[in-house]
Design a protein around this ligand. Structure first.
Ligand code: MN
Length: 502
């Protein structure tokens, strides 16, 4: 079981207050989940503890980590717990926990045309990017334990992860999270493809490893001769499995046409160092024409920066080399979260997801740096300058919100289905959106479990419940309450139909 110390050890110089906060949240959550079990039979508390641990690894601040511990202690309508959390932990942590709880009610219905809206909905309703990051950490652990979930649910959860969560992580520039989520979902979504990818790539990994070891040896000498010694870090980047599968599909499943199954990664202090190293590499090995990618000058849309080049290794082989600064590396791995990362002093090795570890003993893992030299992997070390929580979540959020979404609200049925309405809509609009029959017989409405009047303006994230009565019929007043043209049309036609005959 993860301890308070395990979590606080991940944080850089946590203050006494920080430690105390984590310890209190830990105890609170442990007590709240007492007696509850995971599908695996483990105590439920393992889950929030693991979520908090992931958040600490991502470098999130104490409030986010505390919210991670508390993220499953609240039900929407559970005002007693909400009040307790507010008293014990304050408004900000309560806000984060409530945000995560609300997102937990969003239900994926699998209709592909809704997927894009669902992704945006997540972003729009979370309001604070930290809520999304907690949700991603929560999903990561749920995916790591998906094998224990009843089989009929596995596929839906995996699909939702692949189509909603991983793309959000990608959009946030969180490369490691994206790859991990995809690789965890992959075997549940397409077991055959998963197996085939492993089969196709196994030998290639071993081969690439041997080849890159040779490349690295020559390169190291040349780099040293050019003044790069202790300021250079290298590791092997193994392509994530699902990402490899996508690439294989573009290459007619021909593994020989994929050059970056394994790549050598070189991390240097400055941008000009990157170009110098590129020059050194090309002075030793001839690059493949058209394969030099300068994502420093031209970053990818999600912000990814690095230089990639593919070289002829001289022994008939081909290898990819990636060059970047530490800052670029951090950003590529953690994206938005890297802006809030703490410098870490406890140099714990964080085991990466390692599908191959049993298949190919001795293979460097994704995160494995040159361990021969006793180096701590750079992605663990010196993680960030920032000591504060993310300062600009709203800025990022506004980038992600299109005009469309600014004028729409998303509300939920009690079952968690999402209903998309224009801003300013009332329970009447909601009712008609669900079904004309429901709209035509509304007798009352509850928003977030409280009775409200039918002219109430709904807000983003509200949970709306409609009461109906066969005898209730639309009244003229409803024309003032309704905002959507659909509801207005239906109300008019009902008024027409129910007009007393003379
Ligand atoms: Mn959870």
């Amino acid at each position: 079981m993860i301890s308070v110390k395990d979590i606080t050890d991940m944080m850089q110089n946590p203050s006494r207050e920080d430690r105390e906060l984590i310890a209190r949240a830990y105890e609170f959550s442990q007590k709240a989940h007492e007696g509850q079990k995971r599908f695996s039979g483990d105590p439920y508390f393992i889950h929030p503890a693991q979520t908090a641990q992931s958040l600490a690894e991502l470098g999130m601040g104490p409030k986010t980590i505390a919210a991670g511990l508390l993220h499953d202690t609240l039900e929407d309508v559970d005002e007693v717990s909400a009040k307790k959390i507010q008293e014990e932990f304050g408004d900000e942590i309560l806000f984060l926990v409530q945000g995560v709880t609300k997102l937990g009610h969003v239900r994926y219905k699998g209709a592909s045309r809704h997927i894009e809206s669902l992704r945006k909905l997540f972003v729009a309703t979370s309001q604070d990017i930290r809520v999304l990051i907690i949700k991603l950490a929560d999903r990561l652990h749920n995916m790591e334990t998906l094998q224990y979930v009843p089989e009929e649910k596995q596929k839906r959860i995996a699909q939702e992860t692949m189509e909603v969560y991983a793309p959000i992580a990608h959009r946030l520039g969180m490369g490691k999270m994206t790859g991990d989520l995809e690789d965890l979902a992959f075997p549940f979504i397409d077991p055959d493809a998963y197996k085939e990818t492993i089969d196709l790539s196994q030998d290639r990994y071993k081969e690439s490893q041997v080849r890159l070891d040779k490349v690295y040896k020559s390169l190291k000498k040349e780099l040293a001769a050019n003044g790069f010694k202790n300021n250079v870090k290298t590791d092997y980047r193994r392509k994530h499995l699902y990402s490899l599968w996508r690439k294989l599909n573009r290459k007619d499943l021909d593994i020989d046409r994929v050059y970056d199954v394994l790549a050598l990664r070189i991390v240097v202090p400055t941008i000009s160092d990157c170009y110098r190293v590129l020059g050194i590499v090309h002075s030793i090995w001839r690059p493949l024409p058209g394969r030099i990618k300068d994502y420093i000058a031209f970053p990818k849309p999600n912000g990814y920066k690095s230089i990639h080049t593919t070289i002829f290794t001289g022994d008939g082989g081909i290898a990819e080399i990636q060059i970047r600064t530490e800052e670029m590396h951090r950003e590529a791995e953690y994206g938005i979260a890297s802006h809030v990362q703490y410098k870490r002093k406890g140099q714990k090795n964080i085991p990466p997801i390692d599908w191959f570890k049993d298949l190919i003993p001795g293979l460097h893992s994704e995160a494995g740096a040159d361990e021969e030299e006793g180096e701590v992997p750079i992605w663990i070390k010196d993680l960030a300058e920032a000591q504060t929580e993310l300062e600009a979540p709203r800025e990022l959020l506004s980038h992600m919100q299109t005009d469309y979404f600014e004028n729409r609200i998303f509300v939920f049925t009690p079952r968690g289905d999402v209903i998309d309405l224009p801003a300013g809509s009332s329970p009447i609009d909601f009712a008609y959106q669900i079904h004309t029959d429901i709209g035509d017989h509304v007798s009352g409405a509850k928003v977030n479990s409280k009775f409200v009047s039918l002219d109430t303006t709904l807000s983003n994230g509200d949970i709306v419940e409609i009461e109906t009565n066969k005898k209730s019929l639309p009244s003229r007043k409803w024309l003032e309450y309704a905002k959507t043209s659909f509801a207005l049309r239906k109300i008019r036609s009902a008024l027409q139909k129910n007009k007393p005959r003379r």
